[in-house]
Design a protein. Structure first.
Length: 280
């Protein structure tokens, strides 16, 4: 986000809110530490200004507290803010924070990291890593497609042990996506049936298909029309465990490495500030 837009936000809250404090981040994970400290200072809300990565860092700072999460979209994708219909317009997003309508939503936890949108293991994590490292000046799903093209050259489906609420199965798949929210990668509706308030994960498995068939699937996945395909499976569960040696995982696009990924659904665990029309 530009300096000019940052100043606009700060000036808006100085004019329209009570006590306000602003902090700038300069390195990864700094937002988590800042949010954690702020959550102990009796603020009504902590507002993440940025994209899904920034939101995820703030969530990890305030998890377990009573403070509400506010979001002002300022990233390349802003998938979770779209999930909640938070305005892309800067002034309207700030006004949403001032109105302070909140919605109670579920959270997810994978190993020791919290998430509120989509996490997963396999190809989507590899693509997240490539997208995070990319210097190509494209945004949204175009960046995802570029990163996918790069990753597919050396990638292949993997064997996974997938346990859903304690019931295990062996599968060969490209990726397993665990959704609290519906979309990632700039609007790719990987788990279109997910609901942030239903107390369950929606788990989408893209099974073993030919490498370049992935690009046939991609337009359907972008629109959330892939669930009826024979090589796609959808499950629902409160607890998910995925085991695969030397695999990459991600939580809201933040890459994780490991062999075992344990997902836990935390029902009604977070207040998020939303536009008044979806206040609940």
């Amino acid at each position: 986000m530009t300096v000019r837009k940052s100043r606009e936000i700060i000036n808006f809250f100085k004019r329209n809110a009570g006590s306000t404090s602003a902090e700038y981040t300069t390195k990864p994970h700094e937002a988590t530490n800042l949010a954690q400290m702020a959550a102990k200072q009796n603020f009504d809300a902590i507002v993440a200004v940025g994209g899904d990565g920034t939101v995820n860092e703030v969530v990890n700072g305030i998890a377990g507290s009573q403070v509400a999460l506010g979001i002002i979209p300022g990233g390349s994708a802003n998938d979770f803010s779209k999930e909640l219909n938070i305005p892309a317009n800067l002034t309207e997003a700030c006004q949403t924070i001032i109105e302070s309508n909140t919605k109670r939503i579920d959270m997810g936890k994978v190993n020791d990291r919290y998430f509120i949108n989509v996490a997963g293991v396999g190809l989507d994590a590899q693509v997240s890593e490539a997208a995070n490292e990319s210097t190509v000046k494209v945004k949204g799903w175009l960046l995802y497609v570029f990163a996918l093209s790069k990753v597919l050259i050396t990638s292949h489906p993997k064997e996974f042990n997938l346990a859903l609420d304690g019931k295990s199965r062996r599968i060969k798949a490209w990726q397993i996506s665990v959704g609290n929210g519906k979309q990632f990668g700039g609007g790719i509706k990987i788990v279109p049936t997910a609901d942030t308030g239903d107390g369950l994960f929606d788990v989408c498995v893209i099974k073993d298909v030919g490498k370049w068939s992935v690009f046939y699937y991609l337009p359907l996945v972008i629109r959330g029309k892939h669930l009826s395909l024979s090589n796609v499976a959808l499950y629902r569960a409160k607890e998910v465990e995925i085991i695969s040696l030397g695999c990459l995982g991600h939580a809201d696009g933040e890459v994780m490495k490991g062999d075992i990924f344990k997902f836990e659904l935390l029902p009604q665990a977070l207040d998020v500030i939303v536009p008044s029309q979806i206040h609940a």
